[in-house]
Design a protein around this ligand. Structure first.
Ligand SMILES: C[S@@+](CC[C@H](N)C(=O)[O-])C[C@H]1O[C@@H](n2cnc3c(N)ncnc32)[C@H](O)[C@@H]1O
Length: 320
């Protein structure tokens, strides 16, 4: 009762309600919120601190930037989303906030478009070498759905595409990537598609910012060929997987396209089934499926590796 009263008290103030309404549209930095709300940074920061203290918001730092988002803790999420959804968009002050939010987003989108236009020719060339992405995504989804994932971690999320593909089937999605530019694009995509249950964070595949056994499914989609230590990346993926969870790796079968090293920074020219399955087994994972998607100059392979054991949650679900 005390926590609920505290949360309602924290939300019960005009600027704080506007903040909840804005963050319901996606994550924002303090600087962006200050610009939208037209209030001084110390004032905005004080409101944000009160909302965080009442567990209505989550805060995280990425380099020099501090981001805020609506809390996704199980006990707070329903309350905070309900309050945020009730804020009338036609309220004069809030509708001006939403206009300024649209400006902030347009600026971010322009930055993202600039980044993409600088890289688009290389990516187009790359994509032309293998089967259409839709085919890869459909196969990946069908392999994962057998496990009915609730919490999904996408390692090397890039633009957040894999989170988007899985979003209708999961309760929570987390994408990590080393590139802040990619994360800006991913945040824009997730906000535009209103995928509030998916979020992205700066993070390294060798030191994943997630707890042991905290994820049902982990995906590495076209990431492992950048790794100078694929074995460590798979061990980290195994660490965060719950017993009975699934690791899905999508990459190329062995090939000889040296230009991918020179022009695309690939370290590895594909992986054999023996290598990935062996690395999985060394990390304690059991290889359970392999799909080869031929139909281009490069073969795309999807490996499924399962964490042995079934935890209590899965047993309970199975009993229901
Ligand atoms: C080819 S993109 C694939 C993006 C996404 N998985 C997809 O398929 O749409 C590879 C991504 O891996 C990221 N990456 C490379 N090394 C990484 C590392 N050590 N930790 C996390 N991400 C990394 C890159 O920044 C890039 O966004």
């Amino acid at each position: 009762m005390d926590r609920l009263l505290g949360a309602l008290r924290a939300a019960g103030e005009p600027t704080r309600l506007r903040i909840l309404g804005l963050l319901n549209q996606g994550e924002l930095t303090v600087t962006e919120l200050t610009h939208i709300l037209r209030q001084s940074q110390p004032r905005v920061s004080r409101h944000l601190r009160l909302l965080c203290d009442a567990d209505l918001l989550d805060r995280f730092r990425e380099g020099a930037w501090v981001f805020y988002r609506l809390s996704d803790r199980d006990d707070a999420q329903a309350l905070v989303t309900t309050i945020a959804e009730l804020i009338p968009e036609e309220d004069p002050e809030f509708s001006r906030d939403l206009e300024r939010l649209a400006e902030v987003r347009a600026r971010r989108a322009a930055e993202a478009a600039d980044y993409f236009s600088r890289h688009a020719p290389e990516w187009d060339r790359m994509r032309s070498l293998y089967v259409p992405e839709e085919q890869v995504e459909a196969t990946l989804l069908s392999l994962a759905k057998q496990q009915r994932p609730q919490r999904l971690l996408d390692i090397g999320t890039g633009t957040g595409r894999i989170l988007e593909v899985f979003s209708p089937h999961i309760r929570r999605g987390l994408g990590i990537d080393l590139s802040a530019e990619m994360l800006t694009v991913a945040r824009n995509n997730l906000a535009q598609k209103r995928l509030g249950h998916c979020q992205v964070r700066l993070g390294d595949m060798y030191d994943i910012p997630a707890d042991r056994a905290s994820q049902d499914t982990v995906v590495l989609h076209q990431v492992l060929h950048f790794a100078d230590d694929p074995s460590l990346a798979i061990r980290e993926a195994a660490r965060v997987l719950r017993p009975g969870g699934t690791c899905l790796i999508v990459d190329f079968a062995p090939h000889e396209k040296e230009f991918l090293r020179e022009e695309h920074a690939h370290r590895r020219l594909g992986f054999s089934d023996e290598e990935i399955n062996g690395l999985g087994e060394a990390a304690g994972l059991a290889p359970t499926a392999v799909e080869h998607l031929d139909g281009g100059e490069l073969t795309v392979t999807i490996w499924r590796l399962d964490q042995p054991g079934v935890d209590n949650k899965t047993l309970l679900e199975a009993a229901e």
